[in-house]
Design a protein around this ligand. Structure first.
Ligand SMILES: O=C(O)CCC(=O)C(=O)O
Ligand SMILES: [Fe+2]
Length: 356
């Protein structure tokens, strides 16, 4: 049912892998999680300070490595990023306060839909989920206009600062990504109008989970992000998994690092050179997990399409057609989260019969 929060640790944990009495299959089929998760340290690391302030040869090397990270993984860690640790902590703590508020103080935003600027909910979009995912979330549109729940009182100021600092970082990364594609630093930003970008912050809260036969549950199923570029950090509890080379990898952060996640709009604008990476959140254990997401995208009315420089002059190899970002986001957010299925609305359908 829309707008209900998860049962929390003091409540009895509902049974999993079966029908809960509200007709939803509860939390997860753990068979969906699979066994292929590998904990490894191969996730690329990008030093933001070198990217911005390094000597020419160091910068060039860092840009090449960034390009490889985007091409091979669509996922990397960024270190020396300049976003103060105290600000990250303040953001995490304030959002934790929000999840702990009495239900009636969150009710105003719990009936919200995918395009509402403030939304508090459970699962992904519980109206369509079918399966109940082990996740509570707060989503707020923070740029160009800051939307924020009235409580906790501190949230507005903290979110404003966090949004501004992470936006600045993401826009600088966009420049470096543009260079890594062999384009001018400003080209991708110009093509997508990122000077007036759209930004969302998401706080995810995954309560302790000890249900199911193996004590593992699905917090958020496999998906790619609908935006351009996402920054994420967590509260010290692992659970983010990333798909790479056909296997799931547990993402373990370096101290202080952000994860950077390539989104669908990067895949479209780069004509598929850099792909939106599949990722998911798995839960299990006595500790609540939280993650904090900051995502930039083009403004809602921008039609996103591949930059011509990355498409052959005769149009051969054009992977995507232009899609208005608002339509893309609404489509992805209103349907069941299903891997990268949303991208199909932008994919150029090839006539395979003609080649025969
Ligand atoms: O909680 C996580 O680590 C993943 C969250 C996520 O992918 C999202 O909010 O889009
Ligand atoms: Fe995501």
């Amino acid at each position: 049912m829309a707008g209900t929060s998860l049962r929390h640790s003091t409540d009895p944990i509902p049974c999993t892998n079966g029908e809960h009495n509200d007709g939803h299959e509860y939390a997860l089929p753990s068979s969906d999680i699979g066994t292929c998760c590998r904990d490894d340290d191969g996730i690329p690391v990008v030093d933001f300070d070198v990217l911005v302030n390094g000597a020419a040869d160091q910068r060039a090397q860092a840009i090449r490595e960034l390009g490889r990270a985007c091409e091979d993984w669509g996922f990397f860690m960024v270190i020396n990023h300049g976003v103060p640790e105290e600000l990250k902590e303040a953001m995490m703590e304030t959002c934790k306060g929000l999840f702990g508020l009495p239900e009636d103080e969150k009710a105003e935003h719990q009936e919200a839909g995918p395009m509402d600027p403030i939304r508090i909910g459970t699962g992904f979009f519980s109206v369509v989920d079918g399966v109940r995912y082990w996740r509570d979330y707060l989503k707020m549109f923070t740029h160009p206009e800051l939307h924020c729940p009235a409580k906790p009182a501190k949230l507005r100021d903290v979110a404003a600062e966090y949004s501004a600092k992470t936006r600045c970082l993401l826009l600088q990364l966009a420049k470096a990504i543009s260079e890594s594609l062999g384009l001018d630093g400003g080209r991708i930003s110009e093509a997508m109008g990122l000077d007036s970008c759209f930004q969302i912050l998401v706080a995810n809260h995954y309560p302790p989970y000890t249900g199911g036969p193996d004590g593992v549950g699905m917090g958020l199923p496999a998906h790619s992000d609908h935006g351009f570029l996402t920054l994420l950090f967590q509260n010290g509890v692992d659970g983010l998994q990333v798909e790479h080379d056909g296997r799931w990898h547990l993402a373990k952060p370096l101290p202080g690092a952000f994860f950077v996640i390539a989104g669908d709009q990067l895949e479209i604008v780069s004509n598929g050179r850099y792909k939106g990476v599949l990722h998911r959140a798995v839960v299990g254990g006595e500790r609540a997990r939280m993650s904090m997401v900051s995502m930039i995208s083009p403004c809602l009315d921008t039609v996103v399409e591949p930059v011509p420089e990355l498409v052959a002059p005769d149009g051969q190899g054009l992977e995507f057609r232009g899609v208005r970002y608002r339509d893309y986001m609404e489509h992805q957010q209103s349907n069941k989260l299903d891997g990268k299925a949303a991208l199909d609305i932008a994919r150029v359908q090839r006539d395979t019969t003609r080649a025969r």
